[in-house]
Design a protein around this ligand. Sequence first.
Ligand code: GLY
Length: 354
Amino acid sequence: MKSLDINLTSNNYNIIIERDIFKNIGVEIKKIYKGSKIAIVTDKNLYALYGNKLKDILHYENYNISFIVVDPGEMSKSMENLTYIYTKLIEFGINRGDLILAFGGGVIGDLAGFAASTYLRGIDYIQVPTTLLAQIDSSIGGKVAINLPQGKNLAGSFYHPKKVIIDPNFLNSLPNKFIKDGLGEIIKYACIKNNSFFNKLLTIKSNTYFFENIEDIIYICCNIKKEIVEKDEKDYNIRMILNFGHTLGHAIEKYYNYERYTHGEAVSLGMYYITQKSEIHGYTQLGTANKIKEILLNYNIDYNFPKVNMSEIIKIIHLDKKNNSGNLNLILLNKIGDSIIKKLPVENLGKFLI
Ligand code: GLY
């Protein structure tokens, strides 16, 4: 078992990473939760795969549980589903001392976490992330949100779970596209913070070897995120480096209506493209973009920026909520493992990118 503690001023919590910890999930919950009711938010796919097993495990520990099941996919991070969850929580009689379990990928973590942060002004929740992306990124750090018709994550808060329980065996049932989704973010961590991790990732040449090392890989990513979040919980400065590749990545996702690329794939395109440009502008050690291309090739992740209307992409970036009083915080690399935040007036973005 690997374990990490996130130490924040208002909350401390533990992340555990262990293959097959799912079968002991009731015992793990019992360590921090003394109540009896648990509302489990999950999606239909996961419910079909793991619902009965989860029910048996939690009943064995005498928990009184109720499932709240939504459709899989980004569309579920909606106001309608939030209302549906509140209604189900009320029907089940969930009180302030009770618990929500977010059992799923990033969508479930964000939706259930936001419900937990607002229902009765906040009740405890535990994250059990089941996708690679959620296990290395979205389940930790306390960002929870729903989408509004005007854009992604526009209603949200910082609300940390009481515990994160990571079982890499869930990844066995994950389609390859969603493994690549997580891989894009894993490569991002190496790019922004850890050159030796980058080199280690380059040595991995097979799926088998990748999965043999998965506990270590998840641990290293969570540890990088922990160190960043502990320094800047609310995303005012250093936490922004986690957005390397995201300015373009988010824009590409939106440009294709979230249908062509997963988040991690879009971030991968963004990391390579922005690094090519930042080398040209003299911010990045020459050869860095090539290294990013090499690692993306190693994992069979597309690095070719699609032929898009760049002024459309720039327009989308202008509308992004992260633009702060006319400035954009662009995350660039000095070199692999070393990142910087460059403030750029939004009107200069076109010149930088084209
Ligand atoms: N996923 C970026 C962050 O949590 O800040």
